[in-house]
Design a binder for this molecule. Structure first.
Ligand code: TPP
Ligand code: MG
Length: 586
């Protein structure tokens, strides 16, 4: 590090820092307050611009991109753009995803001179959007020529270290001003651990894991965000401990790994998974953030002596260790624990991995046949998306190795998946991406399909057309019109969004139709619209909705009225269903 200084425009420096941090694409919508930065992007070629149809979709795309790339960014305009994106950025906060939201904002001149500007509240106050973003980000700033060089670095490093979004306003009249900036590239590195704290923490964890007769590991999404899933698998192997995940961490641990036991979700878990966690004499929980949908409606019960390891701190018994990093802790624990050779793996059998939709080919497609067929379609390395709705059945399928699951289990904003799909496709176009989405969720963000087609991406989109918000019918309004939606010609949309599209579209009504669609080659975008009954839901999903209604509306709620709530039919309850160990945020 020479500590050398060079002169550069603020805009060029921001773009340079993003690139140095590994961001290669910028999502967003142009506006007069950000066009000057876009011109700098164009002139320098620092990043590739991926224009989206809306700022909401840009925020979802940046989130999806960050999940595969480690960091993502979007560019919006003042106020209208910033508030359009705030739902997605809030989701990134909830899901622990590092996203940099840049708003090209009103010029500093207008603030200095008190000039009213468009895209503001026109009330003489300039801080509304900064303040709004303070609640959904780890850091926020309005850049000035004095703070730009230090604040740009602080925000990018904060996003990356904390795995949380940040927000910066770049006033439109400063992007072209020269400032002094460091010549050295930005280095993203975890803060070094305090060596004594690290040693003590590792010793405490190692002692407990070594003394335990039935240790177990419970994994939440932070294991993915902090990049420690491979370490956890090595640790499980070394101490021969079962690893369970919660829904939000579906697929983080290789589901074919010999020690992977499945999804832990309180009472909604497979009995063996529940037993592995709840009767363990030493659970190591990674980043555990319980909510109702990841705890079987608060029926989860971790042993009292559970070790809670987070990104930068650990609780062991009465002790709390600060200034340690998860990665350093796990690496040292792996080195320190003695290898165990005499504990038999307690692997749970996976979902009924049927490769074909069962039954008579001319039979009407049902959820059961559909998910059985999908199970057989999954292959190693897929990126698998699930949106809210009956598509939650995906949680019950067994993933092949090296798959990545992308969902929004905590935040649960419908339509997230379509925008996020653009982001993951941009980050890793060489992988196969499968989206499982309902008609209602799709309608929120459908227009981003046009951007996916525009960039020649080749995902497979599995859309369930069941005439509305079926999962909501399991809460309330089994047949109410508020759960109905307009019936689009979904499979025609690729043609609408790109006239010369080579996409293959299928409308599925029977088992045979589905088999036919699933045999299409993945050399172009495939759109599979499956027409299903509005009351067809797998039992675990509907049960979860029914329980959610109890929690939401209480004992005097309307869900108890005659026939107002979709419930599992007796047939459904008895049927063989994929092992959906839960969920439903609606
Ligand atoms: C932004 C947002 N608005 C509303 C909701 C409430 N919500 C959750 S699931 C759902 C319906 C999903 O319907 P669909 O995608 O068609 O799935 P289905 O259950 O019918 O398969 C709704 C409206 C939400 N989660 N997020
Ligand atoms: Mg639907």
């Amino acid at each position: 590090m020479g500590g050398e200084i060079e002169r550069m425009t603020i805009g060029d420096f921001l773009l340079r820092r993003l690139k140095e941090a590994g961001v290669r694409h910028l999502f967003g919508v142009p506006g007069d307050y950000n066009l000057e930065l876009l011109q700098q992007l164009q002139d320098t070629g620092a990043l590739k611009w991926i224009g989206t149809c809306s700022e909401l979709n840009a925020s979802y795309a940046a989130d999806g991109y960050a999940r595969l790339n480690g960091l993502g960014a979007l560019l919006v305009t003042n106020g209208v753009g910033a508030l359009g994106a705030i739902n997605g950025v809030g989701g990134s906060y909830s899901e622990h995803v590092p996203v940099i939201c840049i708003a090209g904002s009103i010029p500093l001149r207008s603030i200095d001179r008190g000039l009213g500007m468009h895209h503001t509240m026109a009330d003489g106050s300039w801080d509304h959007f900064l303040e709004a973003y303070a609640h959904v980000t780890a850091a926020h700033v309005r850049l000035t020529p004095r703070n730009a060089a230090t604040e740009i670095d602080r925000l990018i490093v904060t996003a990356w270290q904390e795995k949380l979004p940040v927000y910066m306003e770049l006033p439109s009249d400063i992007a072209y001003l020269d400032v002094e900036v460091p010549a050295d590239p930005l280095v993203l590195a975890e803060p070094p651990s305090d060596q004594e704290r690290l040693r003590s923490c590792v010793a405490a964890i190692t002692a407990r894991l070594t003394a335990a007769t039935s240790p177990a590991i419970l994994v939440d999404a932070d294991a993915d965000r902090f990049g420690v899933a491979p370490d956890l698998m090595v640790l499980a192997e070394k101490i021969q401990a079962p690893i369970a995940v919660i829904d939000a961490a579906k697929g983080v641990i290789d589901e074919t790994h010999v020690h992977h036991v499945g999804i832990y979700n309180g009472k909604a878990s497979e009995p063996q998974v529940r037993q592995a966690i709840e009767t363990s004499d030493c659970v190591l929980a990674i980043g555990h953030r319980p909510i109702e949908v990841t705890t079987g409606d608060f029926t989860a019960s971790l042993p009292v002596n559970t070790i809670h390891a987070r990104g930068y701190s650990v609780d062991v018994g009465e002790d709390n260790y600060q200034a340690v990093t998860l990665k350093a802790v796990l690496k040292s624990v792996i080195d320190a624990v003695p290898r165990v050779t005499n504990r038999a793996p307690r692997q749970v059998a996976g979902a009924a991995a049927s490769t074909h939709a069962h039954g008579d080919g001319s039979a009407k497609i049902t959820q059961l046949a559909y998910w059985q067929a999908v199970q057989g379609y999954l292959r190693e390395g897929d990126v698998l998306f699930v949106d809210n709705g009956t598509s939650y059945a995906l949680f019950g399928l067994k993933f092949p190795p090296k798959c990545t699951f992308i969902g929004s289990v905590n935040w649960g904003s419908i339509g997230y998946s379509v925008g996020a799909l653009l982001g993951t496709l941009t980050a890793a176009p060489e992988r196969r991406h499968l989206l499982f989405v309902g008609d209602g969720s799709f309608q929120v963000t459908a227009q981003e399909l046009s951007t996916i087609l525009r960039h020649d991406h080749k995902p497979v989109i599995f859309l369930i057309n069941n005439g509305g918000y079926t999962i909501e019918r399991g809460y309330l309004g089994k047949d109410e019109t508020y759960n109905d939606i307009a019936n689009w010609a979904y499979a025609d949309l690729p043609k609408v969004f790109r006239r010369d599209t080579s996409a293959r579209s299928f409308v599925i009504r029977t088992v045979r139709d589905l088999q036919n669609a699933l045999s299409a080659p993945n050399d172009t975008l495939i759109f599979v619209e499956s027409v299903m009954d509005p009351h067809d839901v797998l039992a675990p999903v509907i049960n979860s909705s029914n329980k959610g209604a109890e929690l939401d509306y209480g004992p005097r709620g309307p869900q108890h009225r005659e026939n107002l709530q979709l419930r599992p039919s007796r047939g459904d309850r008895d049927a063989e269903t994929p092992r959906a160990a839960k969920p439903a945020t609606v």
